[in-house]
Design a protein around this ligand. Sequence first.
Ligand code: ASP
Length: 437
Amino acid sequence: MLKTVKFGGSSVAGAEQFKKVKAIIEADPSRKIVISSAAGKRSSDDHKLTDLLYLCHAHITYGVSCDDIMDTIQKRFADMRNELGLRYDVEADFAALRAKLDRDTSVDELVSRGEYFTSKLLAEYLGYEFVDAANCIFFSLDGQIDKEKTYAAIAEAVGKYERVVIPGFYGRSPTGRIKVMSRGGSDISGALAAAACNADVYENWTDVSGILMADPRIVKDPKPIPRITYAELRELAFMGASVLHEESVLPVKEKGIALNIRNTNRPEDAGTMIVEKVENEDTHERFITGIAGRRNFAIITVLKHNMNTSETLRRALEILDRYKASVEHITLGLDSFALVTSSAALGDGVYDVLNDIQKSCHPDEVQVKDGIALVAAVGRKMTFRPGISGRLFKALGENGVNIRTIAQGADELSIIIGVENKHFETAIQVMYEGFAG
Ligand code: ASP
Protein backbone atom coordinates (compact mmCIF):
# COMPACT_ATOMS: atom_id res chain seq x y z
CA MET A 1 0.00 0.00 0.00
CA LEU A 2 1.33 3.42 -1.00
CA LYS A 3 -0.29 6.73 -0.10
CA THR A 4 0.53 10.19 -1.36
CA VAL A 5 -0.52 12.81 1.16
CA LYS A 6 -0.90 16.52 0.59
CA PHE A 7 -1.16 18.98 3.45
CA GLY A 8 -2.81 22.33 2.80
CA GLY A 9 -1.70 25.68 4.23
CA SER A 10 -3.77 25.50 7.42
CA SER A 11 -2.38 22.01 8.15
CA VAL A 12 1.18 23.34 8.24
CA ALA A 13 0.47 26.81 9.61
CA GLY A 14 2.58 26.49 12.77
CA ALA A 15 4.40 24.16 15.17
CA GLU A 16 1.15 22.81 16.64
CA GLN A 17 -0.09 21.84 13.19
CA PHE A 18 3.26 20.24 12.34
CA LYS A 19 2.79 17.97 15.35
CA LYS A 20 -0.60 16.85 14.06
CA VAL A 21 0.92 16.18 10.63
CA LYS A 22 3.65 14.05 12.20
CA ALA A 23 1.08 12.02 14.14
CA ILE A 24 -0.87 11.41 10.92
CA ILE A 25 2.26 10.32 9.05
CA GLU A 26 3.40 8.04 11.87
CA ALA A 27 -0.04 6.45 12.17
CA ASP A 28 0.29 4.85 8.74
CA PRO A 29 3.65 3.75 7.29
CA SER A 30 2.21 3.72 3.78
CA ARG A 31 2.08 7.55 3.85
CA LYS A 32 5.42 7.84 2.09
CA ILE A 33 5.08 10.73 -0.33
CA VAL A 34 4.24 14.08 1.22
CA ILE A 35 3.38 17.29 -0.63
CA SER A 36 3.20 20.48 1.36
CA SER A 37 1.62 23.89 0.81
CA ALA A 38 3.16 27.03 2.28
CA ALA A 39 2.27 27.75 5.91
CA GLY A 40 -1.20 29.28 5.96
CA LYS A 41 -3.19 31.25 8.53
CA ARG A 42 -2.94 30.26 12.20
CA SER A 43 -6.01 32.33 13.04
CA SER A 44 -8.51 34.40 11.12
CA ASP A 45 -6.43 37.59 11.47
CA ASP A 46 -3.18 35.91 10.41
CA HIS A 47 -1.66 35.92 6.91
CA LYS A 48 -0.82 33.15 4.48
CA LEU A 49 2.87 33.13 3.62
CA THR A 50 2.05 33.06 -0.07
CA ASP A 51 0.07 36.30 0.30
CA LEU A 52 2.94 37.92 2.21
CA LEU A 53 5.39 36.87 -0.48
CA TYR A 54 3.20 38.34 -3.22
CA LEU A 55 3.10 41.52 -1.15
CA CYS A 56 6.88 41.51 -0.89
CA HIS A 57 7.16 41.29 -4.62
CA ALA A 58 4.77 44.21 -5.10
CA HIS A 59 6.94 46.30 -2.74
CA ILE A 60 10.08 45.44 -4.67
CA THR A 61 8.43 46.28 -7.98
CA TYR A 62 7.55 49.76 -6.72
CA GLY A 63 10.98 50.28 -5.19
CA VAL A 64 9.67 50.12 -1.61
CA SER A 65 11.59 48.18 1.02
CA CYS A 66 10.10 44.81 1.92
CA ASP A 67 12.46 44.27 4.86
CA ASP A 68 9.68 44.32 7.45
CA ILE A 69 7.61 41.71 5.64
CA MET A 70 10.69 39.56 5.08
CA ASP A 71 11.54 39.83 8.78
CA THR A 72 8.03 38.64 9.67
CA ILE A 73 8.30 35.66 7.33
CA GLN A 74 11.80 34.72 8.50
CA LYS A 75 10.75 34.98 12.14
CA ARG A 76 7.81 32.69 11.53
CA PHE A 77 10.10 29.97 10.21
CA ALA A 78 12.75 30.50 12.86
CA ASP A 79 10.09 30.29 15.61
CA MET A 80 8.69 27.08 14.17
CA ARG A 81 12.16 25.58 13.92
CA ASN A 82 12.99 26.51 17.51
CA GLU A 83 9.70 25.25 18.87
CA LEU A 84 10.10 21.93 17.10
CA GLY A 85 13.77 21.64 18.09
CA LEU A 86 15.01 21.39 14.49
CA ARG A 87 18.36 22.35 13.01
CA TYR A 88 17.38 23.83 9.63
CA ASP A 89 19.49 26.93 8.98
CA VAL A 90 16.63 29.34 8.26
CA GLU A 91 18.96 32.34 8.63
CA ALA A 92 21.35 31.13 5.91
CA ASP A 93 18.57 30.39 3.42
CA PHE A 94 16.93 33.75 4.07
CA ALA A 95 20.24 35.61 3.80
CA ALA A 96 20.80 34.00 0.38
CA LEU A 97 17.28 34.87 -0.74
CA ARG A 98 17.45 38.44 0.51
CA ALA A 99 20.81 38.98 -1.19
CA LYS A 100 19.29 38.30 -4.59
CA LEU A 101 16.13 40.34 -4.18
CA ASP A 102 15.97 43.16 -6.68
CA ARG A 103 13.58 44.49 -9.29
CA ASP A 104 14.44 41.61 -11.61
CA THR A 105 13.49 38.95 -9.06
CA SER A 106 10.79 36.84 -10.64
CA VAL A 107 7.51 36.86 -8.77
CA ASP A 108 7.17 33.10 -9.31
CA GLU A 109 10.51 32.35 -7.75
CA LEU A 110 9.83 34.56 -4.74
CA VAL A 111 6.34 33.25 -3.93
CA SER A 112 7.44 29.65 -4.42
CA ARG A 113 9.71 30.06 -1.38
CA GLY A 114 6.68 29.68 0.89
CA GLU A 115 6.31 26.04 -0.12
CA TYR A 116 10.08 25.59 -0.30
CA PHE A 117 10.86 26.69 3.27
CA THR A 118 7.80 25.00 4.75
CA SER A 119 8.71 21.72 3.08
CA LYS A 120 12.33 21.90 4.19
CA LEU A 121 11.21 22.25 7.80
CA LEU A 122 8.63 19.51 7.42
CA ALA A 123 11.09 17.10 5.80
CA GLU A 124 13.52 17.46 8.69
CA TYR A 125 10.74 17.13 11.24
CA LEU A 126 9.36 13.95 9.67
CA GLY A 127 12.79 12.51 8.92
CA TYR A 128 11.89 12.38 5.21
CA GLU A 129 14.08 13.41 2.26
CA PHE A 130 13.43 16.92 0.90
CA VAL A 131 13.05 16.78 -2.90
CA ASP A 132 12.82 20.18 -4.58
CA ALA A 133 9.82 20.52 -6.93
CA ALA A 134 12.14 22.42 -9.29
CA ASN A 135 13.83 19.08 -9.92
CA CYS A 136 10.78 16.90 -10.37
CA ILE A 137 7.81 18.95 -11.60
CA PHE A 138 8.25 20.25 -15.12
CA PHE A 139 6.25 22.53 -17.38
CA SER A 140 6.33 22.37 -21.15
CA LEU A 141 6.61 25.43 -23.39
CA ASP A 142 2.83 25.91 -23.55
CA GLY A 143 2.70 26.31 -19.75
CA GLN A 144 1.09 22.91 -19.20
CA ILE A 145 2.65 20.24 -17.03
CA ASP A 146 5.00 17.95 -18.92
CA LYS A 147 3.52 14.82 -17.40
CA GLU A 148 5.94 12.34 -18.90
CA LYS A 149 9.04 14.13 -17.62
CA THR A 150 7.39 14.93 -14.27
CA TYR A 151 6.21 11.36 -13.62
CA ALA A 152 9.61 9.94 -14.49
CA ALA A 153 11.43 12.40 -12.19
CA ILE A 154 9.09 11.87 -9.23
CA ALA A 155 9.19 8.10 -9.63
CA GLU A 156 12.98 8.25 -9.71
CA ALA A 157 13.18 10.38 -6.54
CA VAL A 158 10.75 8.10 -4.70
CA GLY A 159 12.61 5.02 -5.92
CA LYS A 160 15.83 6.48 -4.52
CA TYR A 161 14.66 7.89 -1.17
CA GLU A 162 11.36 6.04 -0.52
CA ARG A 163 10.01 8.69 1.90
CA VAL A 164 9.99 12.21 0.53
CA VAL A 165 8.58 15.68 1.09
CA ILE A 166 8.03 17.68 -2.11
CA PRO A 167 6.92 21.32 -2.01
CA GLY A 168 3.65 21.95 -3.85
CA PHE A 169 2.59 24.80 -6.12
CA TYR A 170 5.67 25.18 -8.33
CA GLY A 171 7.96 23.47 -10.78
CA ARG A 172 10.47 24.34 -13.44
CA SER A 173 9.83 25.77 -16.90
CA PRO A 174 11.77 24.59 -19.99
CA THR A 175 13.91 27.73 -19.72
CA GLY A 176 15.06 26.56 -16.30
CA ARG A 177 13.14 29.15 -14.30
CA ILE A 178 10.81 28.49 -11.39
CA LYS A 179 7.17 28.68 -12.39
CA VAL A 180 4.17 28.59 -10.07
CA MET A 181 0.78 27.10 -10.77
CA SER A 182 -2.54 28.86 -10.18
CA ARG A 183 -3.47 29.61 -6.54
CA GLY A 184 -4.18 26.44 -4.61
CA GLY A 185 -1.88 24.60 -7.02
CA SER A 186 -0.44 22.26 -4.38
CA ASP A 187 -3.53 20.13 -4.95
CA ILE A 188 -2.26 19.59 -8.50
CA SER A 189 1.29 18.81 -7.31
CA GLY A 190 -0.17 16.20 -4.95
CA ALA A 191 -2.23 14.61 -7.69
CA LEU A 192 0.80 14.51 -9.99
CA ALA A 193 2.92 12.83 -7.32
CA ALA A 194 0.18 10.27 -6.63
CA ALA A 195 -0.18 9.52 -10.34
CA ALA A 196 3.60 9.36 -10.87
CA CYS A 197 3.95 6.62 -8.25
CA ASN A 198 0.66 4.84 -8.97
CA ALA A 199 -0.33 5.42 -5.36
CA ASP A 200 -3.26 3.44 -3.98
CA VAL A 201 -4.77 6.57 -2.48
CA TYR A 202 -4.19 10.30 -2.73
CA GLU A 203 -5.03 11.87 0.62
CA ASN A 204 -5.68 15.59 0.59
CA TRP A 205 -5.50 16.86 4.19
CA THR A 206 -7.22 20.14 4.87
CA ASP A 207 -9.29 21.77 7.63
CA VAL A 208 -12.72 20.28 6.87
CA SER A 209 -13.89 16.69 7.22
CA GLY A 210 -14.59 16.29 3.52
CA ILE A 211 -16.87 17.85 0.94
CA LEU A 212 -20.13 19.05 2.42
CA MET A 213 -23.50 18.18 0.91
CA ALA A 214 -24.44 21.84 0.61
CA ASP A 215 -23.00 25.29 1.18
CA PRO A 216 -22.79 25.82 4.99
CA ARG A 217 -23.59 29.51 4.50
CA ILE A 218 -27.03 28.42 3.26
CA VAL A 219 -27.71 25.13 5.07
CA LYS A 220 -26.95 24.81 8.77
CA ASP A 221 -24.37 22.10 9.52
CA PRO A 222 -24.61 20.21 6.25
CA LYS A 223 -23.36 16.64 6.42
CA PRO A 224 -20.13 15.65 4.72
CA ILE A 225 -20.36 13.44 1.64
CA PRO A 226 -18.90 10.00 2.46
CA ARG A 227 -18.45 8.81 -1.13
CA ILE A 228 -18.69 10.61 -4.43
CA THR A 229 -17.70 9.75 -7.99
CA TYR A 230 -15.47 11.97 -10.09
CA ALA A 231 -18.43 12.57 -12.43
CA GLU A 232 -20.61 13.78 -9.55
CA LEU A 233 -17.80 15.99 -8.28
CA ARG A 234 -17.49 17.57 -11.71
CA GLU A 235 -21.22 18.21 -11.80
CA LEU A 236 -21.20 19.82 -8.34
CA ALA A 237 -18.19 21.98 -9.20
CA PHE A 238 -19.85 23.07 -12.43
CA MET A 239 -22.96 24.04 -10.51
CA GLY A 240 -20.95 26.29 -8.24
CA ALA A 241 -19.86 24.15 -5.28
CA SER A 242 -16.43 25.15 -4.04
CA VAL A 243 -14.84 21.75 -4.32
CA LEU A 244 -11.56 20.62 -5.80
CA HIS A 245 -10.76 22.11 -9.15
CA GLU A 246 -11.04 19.73 -12.09
CA GLU A 247 -7.42 20.31 -13.10
CA SER A 248 -6.31 19.19 -9.66
CA VAL A 249 -8.08 15.84 -9.79
CA LEU A 250 -7.32 14.95 -13.40
CA PRO A 251 -3.96 13.18 -12.87
CA VAL A 252 -5.44 10.84 -10.25
CA LYS A 253 -8.77 10.42 -12.06
CA GLU A 254 -6.89 9.37 -15.22
CA LYS A 255 -5.12 6.64 -13.29
CA GLY A 256 -8.18 5.49 -11.36
CA ILE A 257 -6.63 6.50 -8.02
CA ALA A 258 -9.08 7.27 -5.21
CA LEU A 259 -8.86 10.71 -3.64
CA ASN A 260 -9.61 11.03 0.05
CA ILE A 261 -10.27 14.47 1.55
CA ARG A 262 -9.35 14.47 5.25
CA ASN A 263 -9.26 16.86 8.19
CA THR A 264 -5.85 17.38 9.86
CA ASN A 265 -7.63 18.64 12.99
CA ARG A 266 -9.92 15.58 13.14
CA PRO A 267 -7.92 12.68 11.74
CA GLU A 268 -10.48 10.24 13.18
CA ASP A 269 -13.04 11.41 10.58
CA ALA A 270 -13.14 9.31 7.42
CA GLY A 271 -13.63 12.37 5.19
CA THR A 272 -14.86 12.15 1.61
CA MET A 273 -13.70 9.41 -0.73
CA ILE A 274 -13.76 10.37 -4.41
CA VAL A 275 -13.72 7.37 -6.73
CA GLU A 276 -14.27 6.57 -10.38
CA LYS A 277 -17.04 4.10 -9.60
CA VAL A 278 -18.69 3.05 -6.36
CA GLU A 279 -18.42 -0.74 -6.26
CA ASN A 280 -20.59 -1.79 -3.35
CA GLU A 281 -23.32 0.77 -3.19
CA ASP A 282 -24.64 1.21 0.31
CA THR A 283 -28.39 1.30 -0.11
CA HIS A 284 -28.83 3.04 3.22
CA GLU A 285 -26.83 6.06 2.06
CA ARG A 286 -28.85 9.06 0.89
CA PHE A 287 -29.60 9.03 -2.80
CA ILE A 288 -28.69 12.66 -3.29
CA THR A 289 -24.95 13.21 -3.07
CA GLY A 290 -24.89 16.97 -2.95
CA ILE A 291 -26.70 20.18 -3.77
CA ALA A 292 -25.22 23.24 -5.41
CA GLY A 293 -26.36 26.22 -7.39
CA ARG A 294 -25.57 29.52 -9.02
CA ARG A 295 -27.50 32.75 -9.39
CA ASN A 296 -27.98 35.13 -12.30
CA PHE A 297 -29.14 33.31 -15.38
CA ALA A 298 -31.58 34.36 -18.08
CA ILE A 299 -34.13 32.18 -19.87
CA ILE A 300 -34.77 33.08 -23.49
CA THR A 301 -37.99 31.50 -24.74
CA VAL A 302 -38.76 31.32 -28.44
CA LEU A 303 -42.36 30.51 -29.47
CA LYS A 304 -43.35 29.71 -33.02
CA HIS A 305 -46.36 27.76 -34.13
CA ASN A 306 -45.51 24.71 -36.25
CA MET A 307 -41.82 25.50 -36.32
CA ASN A 308 -39.05 23.41 -37.75
CA THR A 309 -37.53 22.98 -34.29
CA SER A 310 -34.06 21.85 -35.23
CA GLU A 311 -33.58 24.60 -37.80
CA THR A 312 -34.90 27.39 -35.54
CA LEU A 313 -32.92 26.08 -32.58
CA ARG A 314 -29.76 25.90 -34.64
CA ARG A 315 -30.16 29.53 -35.66
CA ALA A 316 -30.82 30.71 -32.11
CA LEU A 317 -27.79 28.80 -30.82
CA GLU A 318 -25.61 30.31 -33.50
CA ILE A 319 -26.68 33.76 -32.39
CA LEU A 320 -25.85 33.08 -28.75
CA ASP A 321 -22.55 31.62 -29.82
CA ARG A 322 -21.77 34.83 -31.72
CA TYR A 323 -22.33 36.79 -28.53
CA LYS A 324 -20.17 34.29 -26.60
CA ALA A 325 -23.07 33.42 -24.29
CA SER A 326 -22.77 29.73 -23.48
CA VAL A 327 -26.01 27.79 -23.20
CA GLU A 328 -26.44 25.91 -19.93
CA HIS A 329 -29.73 24.17 -20.72
CA ILE A 330 -32.23 23.73 -23.46
CA THR A 331 -35.84 22.69 -22.96
CA LEU A 332 -38.00 21.81 -25.92
CA GLY A 333 -41.76 22.09 -26.34
CA LEU A 334 -43.92 21.37 -29.37
CA ASP A 335 -44.07 24.99 -30.49
CA SER A 336 -41.36 26.50 -28.35
CA PHE A 337 -37.95 26.10 -26.84
CA ALA A 338 -36.15 27.81 -23.99
CA LEU A 339 -32.45 28.47 -23.64
CA VAL A 340 -30.82 29.16 -20.30
CA THR A 341 -27.73 31.30 -20.42
CA SER A 342 -25.70 33.35 -17.94
CA SER A 343 -26.89 36.95 -17.53
CA ALA A 344 -23.30 38.13 -17.16
CA ALA A 345 -22.38 36.54 -20.48
CA LEU A 346 -25.31 38.24 -22.19
CA GLY A 347 -24.63 41.56 -20.53
CA ASP A 348 -25.85 44.56 -22.46
CA GLY A 349 -26.01 42.44 -25.58
CA VAL A 350 -29.36 40.95 -24.56
CA TYR A 351 -31.41 43.25 -26.81
CA ASP A 352 -29.13 42.63 -29.76
CA VAL A 353 -29.54 38.91 -29.19
CA LEU A 354 -33.33 39.21 -29.10
CA ASN A 355 -33.24 41.38 -32.20
CA ASP A 356 -31.09 38.89 -34.08
CA ILE A 357 -33.38 36.03 -33.03
CA GLN A 358 -36.37 38.02 -34.36
CA LYS A 359 -34.65 38.57 -37.68
CA SER A 360 -33.24 35.10 -38.12
CA CYS A 361 -35.94 32.86 -36.60
CA HIS A 362 -39.12 34.87 -37.28
CA PRO A 363 -40.79 33.65 -34.09
CA ASP A 364 -44.36 34.46 -33.04
CA GLU A 365 -42.85 35.71 -29.84
CA VAL A 366 -39.50 35.80 -28.04
CA GLN A 367 -39.29 36.46 -24.32
CA VAL A 368 -36.47 36.87 -21.85
CA LYS A 369 -36.71 36.25 -18.12
CA ASP A 370 -33.77 37.49 -16.12
CA GLY A 371 -32.80 36.91 -12.48
CA ILE A 372 -32.93 33.12 -12.52
CA ALA A 373 -30.93 30.87 -10.21
CA LEU A 374 -30.06 27.30 -11.15
CA VAL A 375 -30.02 24.73 -8.39
CA ALA A 376 -28.91 21.15 -8.91
CA ALA A 377 -29.44 18.02 -6.90
CA VAL A 378 -26.60 15.71 -7.87
CA GLY A 379 -26.60 12.00 -7.17
CA ARG A 380 -25.56 8.83 -8.97
CA LYS A 381 -28.26 6.98 -7.10
CA MET A 382 -31.04 9.03 -8.63
CA THR A 383 -30.69 6.97 -11.79
CA PHE A 384 -33.65 4.68 -12.33
CA ARG A 385 -35.33 5.87 -9.14
CA PRO A 386 -38.86 6.76 -10.07
CA GLY A 387 -40.66 9.56 -8.30
CA ILE A 388 -37.72 11.65 -7.20
CA SER A 389 -38.50 14.68 -9.36
CA GLY A 390 -42.14 14.46 -8.30
CA ARG A 391 -41.23 14.55 -4.60
CA LEU A 392 -38.78 17.35 -5.20
CA PHE A 393 -41.25 19.57 -7.01
CA LYS A 394 -43.94 18.93 -4.42
CA ALA A 395 -41.62 19.97 -1.58
CA LEU A 396 -40.55 23.11 -3.41
CA GLY A 397 -44.16 24.02 -4.23
CA GLU A 398 -45.20 23.58 -0.62
CA ASN A 399 -42.52 26.09 0.34
CA GLY A 400 -43.64 28.70 -2.16
CA VAL A 401 -40.79 28.16 -4.61
CA ASN A 402 -41.97 28.63 -8.15
CA ILE A 403 -40.02 26.51 -10.64
CA ARG A 404 -39.29 28.34 -13.89
CA THR A 405 -37.43 25.60 -15.71
CA ILE A 406 -36.46 21.98 -15.18
CA ALA A 407 -33.69 19.93 -16.72
CA GLN A 408 -32.35 16.51 -16.03
CA GLY A 409 -28.85 15.63 -17.16
CA ALA A 410 -28.89 12.99 -19.89
CA ASP A 411 -26.87 10.69 -17.63
CA GLU A 412 -29.48 11.17 -14.87
CA LEU A 413 -26.76 12.31 -12.53
CA SER A 414 -28.54 15.54 -11.70
CA ILE A 415 -31.86 17.29 -11.64
CA ILE A 416 -31.51 21.00 -12.28
CA ILE A 417 -34.23 23.51 -11.60
CA GLY A 418 -34.42 27.19 -12.39
CA VAL A 419 -36.02 29.39 -9.74
CA GLU A 420 -36.08 33.12 -9.18
CA ASN A 421 -32.92 34.52 -7.60
CA LYS A 422 -34.88 35.45 -4.48
CA HIS A 423 -35.82 31.78 -3.96
CA PHE A 424 -32.26 30.51 -4.37
CA GLU A 425 -31.52 29.85 -0.71
CA THR A 426 -34.98 28.46 0.11
CA ALA A 427 -34.74 26.05 -2.82
CA ILE A 428 -31.41 24.71 -1.55
CA GLN A 429 -32.70 24.42 2.03
CA VAL A 430 -35.88 22.60 0.95
CA MET A 431 -33.92 20.19 -1.21
CA TYR A 432 -31.45 19.51 1.58
CA GLU A 433 -34.07 18.96 4.24
CA GLY A 434 -36.25 16.82 2.02
CA PHE A 435 -33.60 14.61 0.49
CA ALA A 436 -30.34 14.87 2.31
CA GLY A 437 -30.83 15.84 5.92
N1 ASP B 1 0.40 28.39 -1.31
C1 ASP B 1 -0.32 28.50 -2.54
C2 ASP B 1 -1.56 29.36 -2.37
O1 ASP B 1 -1.76 29.92 -1.30
C3 ASP B 1 -0.64 27.16 -3.13
C4 ASP B 1 -1.40 26.22 -2.24
O2 ASP B 1 -1.49 26.41 -1.05
O3 ASP B 1 -1.89 25.24 -2.76
O4 ASP B 1 -2.32 29.48 -3.28
